[in-house]
Design a binder for this molecule. Structure first.
Ligand SMILES: Nc1ncnc2c1ncn2[C@@H]1O[C@H](COP(=O)(O)OP(=O)(O)OP(=O)(O)O)[C@@H](O)[C@H]1O
Length: 579
């Protein structure tokens, strides 16, 4: 408020200085100059304070909004992350997260300030002539309309090319990141990818510059209009001053008031235009934050079934007590399950009818793309079946409390994560609550076969892994895999363990050791193993052969070999390779 009112005072004091000088009143001139000095000092203080408030509020807001965006991301299901449209939304929201909300606040301040100044200047000007005020207001309108139009065009342009921007970002990532550096160099991809990057970048550049040129032409033409009005007024006032109808001080005041009033009005309309633009961008953010997983909606509408968050070890007992009507023996049942990935027409899995009794060790084999990983994604409820149902211990998987379900299942995927954190965290994150329990982490490490990996690290468990941060130690593919296996073993309460080809990077000796141990550790647990290596697969109690999304054979190794079908064929092929 002060920074809006003070310039008015300064303009008025300016007039008094000129009047005093004209009247040859040196005492008065002194006093008014001193007064102006004070006012200017106060104005500087007010401006600084305002910018401080903006900065602090901006930092707070940026943080809060980023947290809200990431919170939303953690609450959403896997399928959102595998959907490119959603990714676009997430990116758009993140890109604008820290700047736009702050800008809305800054502009609100600006609008308030401009309105107050404008009213003040208009009041000062009204003393001279009403039409000067009207000219002041009217001349700024076309410029603002143009500005609003161009900012919404820029918004549409950016939104429309969002998928292309993502390609641009991706190319940037591939060209500048250590994961891809080996291949980029060996395949000589640098130039080719850079050319693609340049193509998209140049297209954006042409669009942006065309828009900027159009906007600049308009801005120039319209600012000429404002300048013309100013000089029109100036001439009129100068003439009346020459006729003696206006004092020199009044002329100065009138001109300052007109010029600054014009600026205040333009900045007011500019702020409105900016607000419109900010709101367009904010709608991206709100659009993203409003994404609600449909299953969450559905679950919220259902009566609360998940009211028994028993610890994992008690899970079975709790379920037995909960559901006396359950006839089914404990285990996992797929009942005519079919699944299509969102947006895909083909079935990734269809008509799956399988029962895995508690304690069984099951192996799944099949060619690439057969649907093995999809089976695991359904079992772990990362996705829900498109048709059919999955039961765990006689209870629909969807009715299980999510946290409880997660605690019962330990999984290692083929594309497991390599966290750029310490070794302790890389293992301990398998059970976040036990990150500080060194003994438990030690047990998990020995079950995962990672003792040698960790003991070779200079700072042991506290050594950062990966190359992203200082002093990080990069591991080999097989070593990372052992760490990931250990992470799964952190879930000591888990009674279902799933290994989805996590040993592909291990050497034969290490793999054999892992499976021997795995067999032993999972003797009384359900274990599901996906592997392309038959020596490993044949250890399982039962083997499922999946082809094109269907179970085509199942049985023990011996019975499948005897059947002389698909499994026997694949086994023979691999055996020949081994001989
Ligand atoms: N996120 C996804 N979105 C759309 N389709 C997918 C997705 N993931 C897998 N698919 C498709 O579903 C089918 C089954 O894939 P799945 O990953 O289950 O195969 P897999 O048997 O585990 O193969 P691999 O041995 O290569 O790991 C494939 O045709 C694949 O193209």
């Amino acid at each position: 408020m002060a920074s809006a009112v003070l310039p008015l005072g300064i303009a008025y004091v300016g007039k008094r200085i000129v009047d005093a000088v004209v009247a040859r009143d040196s005492g008065g001139a002194w006093r008014w100059v001193a007064a102006e000095l004070l006012l200017v000092a106060a104005l500087t203080g007010a401006t600084q304070a305002l910018s401080l408030v903006r900065r602090i509020v901006g930092a707070r807001l940026g943080l809060d909004i980023n947290v809200a965006i990431l919170e939303k991301a953690t609450a959403l299901e896997l399928r959102y992350f595998e959907d490119s449209e959603f990714y676009d939304r997430l990116n758009k929201a993140r890109r604008e997260a820290s700047s736009r909300p702050l800008s809305v606040i800054a502009r609100s301040f600006q609008i308030l300030q401009s309105i107050v100044s404008l009213l003040g200047y208009a009041a000062l000007l009204l003393r001279f002539s009403g039409w000067a005020v009207a000219a002041l207001l009217l001349a700024a309108i076309p410029a603002t309309v143009a500005e609003m139009r161009f900012s919404s065009q820029a918004f549409r342009l950016r939104n429309w090319r969002s998928p292309e921007s993502r390609k641009l970002l991706y190319l940037e990532h591939v060209l500048s990141n250590d994961e891809h550096a080996k291949e980029v160099k060996l395949f000589g991809l640098g130039e080719h990818l850079l050319a693609r990057y340049r193509d998209i970048g140049e297209l954006f550049y042409r669009e942006d510059s065309a828009l900027a040129v159009r906007a600049a032409k308009w801005a120039y033409a319209l600012s000429l209009l404002a300048t013309l009005t100013f000089y029109g007024c100036y001439a009129t006032m100068a003439l009346s001053a020459a006729r003696g109808a206006l004092s020199l001080g009044d002329l100065t005041l009138g001109m300052v008031a007109f010029r600054q009033g014009q600026q205040a009005f333009q900045s007011l309309l500019g702020a409105f235009g900016g607000m419109v633009e900010d709101n367009l961008y904010m709608s991206n953010l709100f659009g993203y934050l409003a994404v609600t997983p449909p299953s969450a909606q559905a679950r919220a509408a259902e009566p609360a079934l998940a009211d028994a968050p028993a610890p994992a070890a008690l899970a079975n007992a709790a379920n037995a007590a909960l559901a006396p009507a359950l006839k089914s023996p404990p285990g996992i049942r797929f009942e005519d399950v079919g699944f299509r990935y969102p947006g895909r027409d083909e079935w990734a899995l269809r008509h799956i009818d399988v029962f895995i009794p508690q304690g069984e060790s099951l192996a799944i084999v099949g060619q690439n793309g057969a649907g093995k990983t999809t089976f695991i994604k359904l079992l772990t409820r990362l996705y829900e079946p498109t048709e059919g149902r999955i039961w765990l211990d006689g209870r629909d998987l969807r009715d299980w409390d999510e946290a409880l379900l997660r605690r019962r299942i330990g999984v290692v995927f083929q594309d497991f994560a390599q966290y750029q954190f310490t070794a302790r965290e890389n293992v301990g994150l398998g059970s976040v609550d036990d990150l500080g329990d060194t003994a438990q982490i030690g047990r998990a490490i020995s079950k995962g076969g990672a003792e040698e990996v960790v003991s070779a690290l200079k700072e042991g468990l506290e050594t950062p892994l990966g190359r992203w941060f200082r002093d990080g130690v990069e591991l080999s593919g097989g070593q990372w895999q052992k760490i990931a296996l250990s992470r799964a073993f952190m879930r000591e309460g888990a009674d279902i363990l799933v290994l989805d080809e996590p040993t592909a990077a291990l050497d034969a000796v290490a793999e054999h050791a892992v499976f021997e141990r795995f067999r032993e550790l999972t003797r009384d647990k359900t274990s599901i193993l996906i592997s392309h290596r038959f020596p490993t697969v044949r250890m399982a109690d039962r083997i499922l052969v999946i082809e094109h999304g269907r179970v085509v054979e199942q049985g023990t190794h011996a019975s499948l070999v005897e059947q002389n079908g698909r499994y026997a064929h694949l086994f023979a092929l691999q055996a020949q390779g081994y001989l």
